[in-house]
Ligand binder design. Structure first.
Ligand code: IPD
Ligand code: CA
Ligand code: CA
Length: 261
């Protein structure tokens, strides 16, 4: 087995394990707190999932760097491999019992994403990709949609946690796309939004002010499904998650032009 194949297997197991915790604790009593803003939540389930994932990586791959949303990771400058983990993407949904959330784990080799796994525990849908190896939903190979008309397209976006205060709020983009596309969704999980573009359920998705853990796995999954992912200018999306525009490719330039208006 190649190193990438064994990392994919390990990542799948960790995602299924975190997803089981999310499923078992869903709509139960768990602790909810605020972070950067009063609408930016973290739950005890986010923390428990992160701790379990990190414990296994540290036990099996002690030299790897880890970037994890809730801060449990270890930055190891010079490490060959880095794990990029969102232990629960869709925390607001989770806190409200709105059934759309997942765990997202990406692995970079010298800065290039090699493995991406996203698991939706309620639908039991496991998305995965390796660089050059295609994108998969379980055993089914994924391909983006073939829709070329924006007025026939289903598009998604999201809004950052500074939305109550920042004038840079994505509202004008939302209005423009709402008038140009068939419909625009705001479902509350960036990682699943990217996987839905990969699966052809969405034709495009864009968002700003995300973080590396929101986009690392999903960006590989969407590009391995034949889709496009870029920043506002059509350049490769920043790994930081500051901007991501993803689509089936056919709609990409038209959407970029609308977002740049
Ligand atoms: C959030 C979700 C949401 C997006 C936010 C993200 P979290 O992640 O992906 O869809 O709009 O910007 O921060 O906080 O639930 O992990
Ligand atoms: Ca997230
Ligand atoms: Ca999260």
């Amino acid at each position: 087995m190649t190193e990438t194949a064994s990392l994919l297997e390990m990542t799948r197991e960790m995602a299924l394990d975190a997803g089981r915790i999310q499923r078992e604790s869903y709509e139960q009593d768990f602790l909810i707190e605020s972070k950067s803003a009063k609408i930016d939540l973290v739950t005890s389930v986010d923390r428990e999932c992160e701790a379990r994932i990190i414990r296994r990586i540290q036990a099996e791959r002690p030299d790897d760097a880890i970037l994890a949303e809730e801060g449990g990771g270890e930055d190891r400058p010079g490490a060959e491999w880095r794990w990029v983990i969102d232990p629960l993407d869709g925390t607001t949904n989770y806190a409200h019992g709105f059934p759309r959330f997942c765990v997202s784990i990406g692995i970079e080799h010298r800065g290039v994403t090699e493995v991406g796994v996203v698991y939706d525990p309620l639908l039991d849908e496991l998305y995965s990709a390796t660089r050059g190896g295609g994108a998969w939903l379980g055993e089914r190979r994924l391909a983006v949609s073939r829709e070329s008309r924006l007025d026939h397209a289903l598009v998604a976006t999201g809004f950052a946690y500074d939305v109550h205060k920042s004038p840079d709020d994505n509202f004008a983009n939302f209005a423009r796309l709402l008038k140009a596309a068939r419909a625009v969704r705001r479902d509350g999980s960036a990682a699943l939004d990217l996987c839905y573009v990969a699966a052809g359920r969405l034709d495009a998705y864009w968002e700003f002010k995300l973080h590396a853990w929101d986009v690392c796995a999903g960006t590989l999954i969407v590009t391995e499904a034949g889709g496009s992912a870029s920043d506002l200018h059509g350049e490769p999306p920043p790994p930081s998650g500051a901007a991501i525009i993803s689509s089936n490719g056919l709609l990409h330039d038209e959407i970029l032009a609308l977002l740049r208006e």
